[in-house]
Design a binder for this molecule. Sequence first.
Ligand code: ADP
Ligand code: MG
Length: 259
Amino acid sequence: MSDAPLTKDPADAASLAEDLVVLDSVNKHFGALHVLQDINLTIKRGEVVVVIGPSGSGKSTLCRSINRLETIDDGTITIDEKPLPEEGRELARLRADVGMVFQSFNLFAHKTVLQNVTLGPIKVRGVSKEDAEAKARTLLDRVGVGNQADKYPAQLSGGQQQRVAIARALAMEPKVMLFDEPTSALDPEMINEVLEVMQQLAREGMTMVVVTHEMGFARSAANRVVFMADGRIVEEAEPHQFFDNPRSDRAKDFLSKIL
Ligand code: ADP
Ligand code: MG
């Protein structure tokens, strides 16, 4: 994340035109279950894509495939024109380009907040401890938990932990951030503090893939909504079009249940 906020105004159309994450004919099975069915999806640099759909439709598997936490059976996934490598150092480096924030906060319980944020940059990016700490403190300030740096995760609220998880991902300077239901495990009063951090990131031009049931966030932050059902992308549209005028029966049915 750069200090200068990047705007999303039309003058930036050139930067928006660049493909950052490309999934081409991606298929994946879990045994007999065809969990990702011929997925074609392109995410442009600076774009915010919200993925919604019923439970079990493959949203998490899609995210995990982009981060290579899951292997795919066929098709290709490229990030910044580089195909996802199978394993080894290349994979570690490529995975560092993809920040991921999960539903459960996944912080290291036995490390302080500051250590949680500095670990990746020191180990994977080879950043000095001093530089990593300075950067971590800046990021923790930005997500509003600068005064919690020396605490342990269990001493923080869920909303604070999730903001630390976002700072930890950002510390690696990822090219794209994946959020898999980042607010689903939070008490209601903490949801907004996390969504606000995500809104801010979106405004600053971060490329984001967000699986969420927060339709207010989808409407205000997404450039595009991707609706999944039964392992397929059933519909893709701008948020106002998707929410006000869904085309598919599956999407209409889904929206009638959640809105
Ligand atoms: P969503 O995130 O949309 O709820 P998931 O991607 O988590 O969906 O799961 C899609 C389907 O794949 C579900 O039917 C789920 O039970 C199944 N699934 C997910 N992970 C595994 C796994 N590791 N092994 C077997 N089946 C899985
Ligand atoms: Mg899921």
